[in-house]
Design a protein around this ligand. Sequence first.
Ligand code: SF4
Ligand code: SF4
Ligand code: SF4
Length: 150
Amino acid sequence: MATPDELLEFLPGSDCGQCGLTCAEFAAALSRGDLAPEDCPVLHEPDFAGFIDALHELLGPPAAPAPAMHLDPDRCNGCGICVAMCEYHLGNCDEARLGRGPRPADRVVFKVVNGAVVVLRQDLCTRLIQAAEKCNKCADHCPTGAITLT
Ligand code: SF4
Ligand code: SF4
Ligand code: SF4
Protein backbone atom coordinates (compact mmCIF):
# COMPACT_ATOMS: atom_id res chain seq x y z
CA MET A 1 0.00 0.00 0.00
CA ALA A 2 1.42 3.37 -1.01
CA THR A 3 1.82 6.21 1.48
CA PRO A 4 -0.24 9.41 1.13
CA ASP A 5 2.92 11.23 -0.04
CA GLU A 6 3.44 8.67 -2.81
CA LEU A 7 -0.22 8.99 -3.83
CA LEU A 8 0.06 12.77 -3.82
CA GLU A 9 2.67 12.51 -6.58
CA PHE A 10 -0.11 11.37 -8.91
CA LEU A 11 -2.65 14.04 -7.96
CA PRO A 12 -2.84 17.37 -9.78
CA GLY A 13 -1.45 19.27 -6.79
CA SER A 14 -3.49 22.37 -7.59
CA ASP A 15 -5.63 22.28 -4.43
CA CYS A 16 -8.55 23.37 -6.60
CA GLY A 17 -11.03 22.34 -3.92
CA GLN A 18 -13.53 20.70 -6.28
CA CYS A 19 -13.46 17.57 -4.10
CA GLY A 20 -13.95 19.66 -0.95
CA LEU A 21 -10.39 18.89 0.19
CA THR A 22 -6.81 19.80 -0.53
CA CYS A 23 -4.86 17.37 -2.71
CA ALA A 24 -2.92 16.21 0.38
CA GLU A 25 -6.17 15.54 2.25
CA PHE A 26 -7.48 13.72 -0.82
CA ALA A 27 -4.33 11.57 -0.86
CA ALA A 28 -4.84 10.70 2.82
CA ALA A 29 -8.48 9.79 2.11
CA LEU A 30 -7.33 7.59 -0.79
CA SER A 31 -4.91 5.70 1.45
CA ARG A 32 -7.68 5.09 4.01
CA GLY A 33 -9.99 3.79 1.26
CA ASP A 34 -12.52 6.58 1.91
CA LEU A 35 -12.24 7.94 -1.64
CA ALA A 36 -11.30 6.51 -5.04
CA PRO A 37 -9.04 8.13 -7.68
CA GLU A 38 -12.14 8.71 -9.84
CA ASP A 39 -13.47 11.11 -7.17
CA CYS A 40 -11.00 13.79 -8.28
CA PRO A 41 -12.72 15.47 -11.27
CA VAL A 42 -9.46 16.99 -12.49
CA LEU A 43 -7.93 13.54 -13.06
CA HIS A 44 -10.58 12.95 -15.76
CA GLU A 45 -9.10 15.74 -17.88
CA PRO A 46 -6.90 14.72 -20.87
CA ASP A 47 -3.78 16.25 -19.27
CA PHE A 48 -3.93 13.58 -16.56
CA ALA A 49 -4.56 10.56 -18.75
CA GLY A 50 -3.18 7.45 -17.07
CA PHE A 51 -3.03 8.97 -13.58
CA ILE A 52 -6.17 7.19 -12.36
CA ASP A 53 -4.76 3.84 -13.47
CA ALA A 54 -1.41 4.65 -11.84
CA LEU A 55 -3.14 5.49 -8.56
CA HIS A 56 -5.09 2.24 -8.67
CA GLU A 57 -1.82 0.39 -9.20
CA LEU A 58 -0.28 2.13 -6.19
CA LEU A 59 -3.33 1.44 -4.04
CA GLY A 60 -3.43 -2.26 -4.93
CA PRO A 61 -6.53 -4.43 -4.77
CA PRO A 62 -9.25 -3.27 -2.38
CA ALA A 63 -9.13 -4.93 1.05
CA ALA A 64 -11.68 -7.67 1.55
CA PRO A 65 -14.43 -6.66 3.96
CA ALA A 66 -13.96 -8.03 7.47
CA PRO A 67 -16.11 -11.07 8.23
CA ALA A 68 -19.08 -10.23 10.41
CA MET A 69 -22.20 -11.78 11.90
CA HIS A 70 -25.56 -10.03 11.77
CA LEU A 71 -28.40 -11.23 13.92
CA ASP A 72 -32.00 -10.24 13.25
CA PRO A 73 -33.69 -10.21 16.69
CA ASP A 74 -37.14 -10.12 15.10
CA ARG A 75 -36.51 -13.49 13.45
CA CYS A 76 -34.79 -15.26 16.34
CA ASN A 77 -37.11 -17.61 18.25
CA GLY A 78 -34.51 -18.54 20.87
CA CYS A 79 -34.31 -22.20 19.84
CA GLY A 80 -30.59 -22.32 20.65
CA ILE A 81 -29.64 -24.43 17.63
CA CYS A 82 -26.92 -21.95 16.69
CA VAL A 83 -25.45 -22.14 20.21
CA ALA A 84 -25.41 -25.95 20.06
CA MET A 85 -23.96 -26.12 16.54
CA CYS A 86 -21.36 -23.35 16.82
CA GLU A 87 -17.97 -24.51 15.62
CA TYR A 88 -16.20 -22.49 18.32
CA HIS A 89 -18.41 -23.87 21.10
CA LEU A 90 -17.93 -27.46 19.95
CA GLY A 91 -14.17 -26.99 19.89
CA ASN A 92 -13.81 -25.10 23.16
CA CYS A 93 -16.67 -25.89 25.55
CA ASP A 94 -16.85 -29.37 27.08
CA GLU A 95 -20.56 -29.02 27.83
CA ALA A 96 -21.32 -27.97 24.27
CA ARG A 97 -19.43 -31.02 22.98
CA LEU A 98 -21.76 -33.18 25.09
CA GLY A 99 -24.79 -31.47 23.58
CA ARG A 100 -25.77 -29.79 26.84
CA GLY A 101 -25.05 -26.23 25.89
CA PRO A 102 -22.28 -24.09 27.37
CA ARG A 103 -22.11 -23.28 31.09
CA PRO A 104 -22.52 -19.67 32.24
CA ALA A 105 -18.77 -19.35 32.87
CA ASP A 106 -17.82 -20.63 29.40
CA ARG A 107 -16.55 -18.16 26.86
CA VAL A 108 -19.15 -18.27 24.09
CA VAL A 109 -19.89 -16.45 20.87
CA PHE A 110 -23.56 -16.23 21.75
CA LYS A 111 -26.14 -17.66 24.09
CA VAL A 112 -29.89 -17.61 24.59
CA VAL A 113 -31.08 -15.00 27.09
CA ASN A 114 -34.79 -14.59 27.84
CA GLY A 115 -35.85 -16.48 24.75
CA ALA A 116 -33.57 -14.82 22.20
CA VAL A 117 -29.98 -15.34 21.23
CA VAL A 118 -27.54 -12.60 22.26
CA VAL A 119 -24.11 -12.23 20.67
CA LEU A 120 -21.52 -11.84 23.44
CA ARG A 121 -18.10 -12.43 21.88
CA GLN A 122 -18.23 -12.15 18.11
CA ASP A 123 -14.44 -12.01 18.19
CA LEU A 124 -14.38 -15.71 19.12
CA CYS A 125 -16.14 -16.72 15.90
CA THR A 126 -13.72 -18.76 13.81
CA ARG A 127 -14.70 -16.75 10.72
CA LEU A 128 -12.60 -13.93 12.10
CA ILE A 129 -9.44 -16.05 12.07
CA GLN A 130 -7.70 -15.08 8.86
CA ALA A 131 -6.49 -18.52 7.77
CA ALA A 132 -9.57 -20.42 8.95
CA GLU A 133 -12.07 -21.92 6.57
CA LYS A 134 -15.16 -19.80 6.64
CA CYS A 135 -17.59 -21.56 8.98
CA ASN A 136 -21.30 -21.05 8.22
CA LYS A 137 -22.79 -23.54 10.62
CA CYS A 138 -24.88 -21.21 12.75
CA ALA A 139 -26.47 -19.55 9.72
CA ASP A 140 -26.91 -22.86 7.90
CA HIS A 141 -28.73 -24.46 10.84
CA CYS A 142 -30.80 -21.49 11.97
CA PRO A 143 -34.40 -22.45 11.11
CA THR A 144 -35.61 -18.88 10.79
CA GLY A 145 -32.80 -17.27 8.78
CA ALA A 146 -32.00 -14.92 11.66
CA ILE A 147 -28.23 -15.08 11.13
CA THR A 148 -26.41 -13.55 8.19
CA LEU A 149 -22.65 -14.07 7.88
CA THR A 150 -20.61 -11.84 5.60
S1 SF4 B 1 -10.35 17.84 -6.92
FE1 SF4 B 1 -8.40 16.83 -7.35
S2 SF4 B 1 -7.04 18.51 -7.86
FE2 SF4 B 1 -8.76 19.40 -6.81
S3 SF4 B 1 -8.15 19.48 -4.65
FE3 SF4 B 1 -9.26 17.57 -4.97
S4 SF4 B 1 -7.65 16.09 -5.41
FE4 SF4 B 1 -6.74 18.10 -5.70
S1 SF4 C 1 -30.70 -20.84 15.54
FE1 SF4 C 1 -31.62 -18.93 14.78
S2 SF4 C 1 -33.66 -18.86 15.74
FE2 SF4 C 1 -32.43 -20.36 16.90
S3 SF4 C 1 -31.52 -19.18 18.59
FE3 SF4 C 1 -30.03 -19.17 16.89
S4 SF4 C 1 -30.49 -17.26 15.76
FE4 SF4 C 1 -32.26 -17.68 17.07
S1 SF4 D 1 -19.80 -18.90 11.98
FE1 SF4 D 1 -18.89 -18.39 13.97
S2 SF4 D 1 -20.61 -18.19 15.37
FE2 SF4 D 1 -21.35 -19.31 13.55
S3 SF4 D 1 -21.10 -21.49 14.04
FE3 SF4 D 1 -19.25 -20.84 12.99
S4 SF4 D 1 -17.83 -20.26 14.64
FE4 SF4 D 1 -19.89 -20.30 15.53
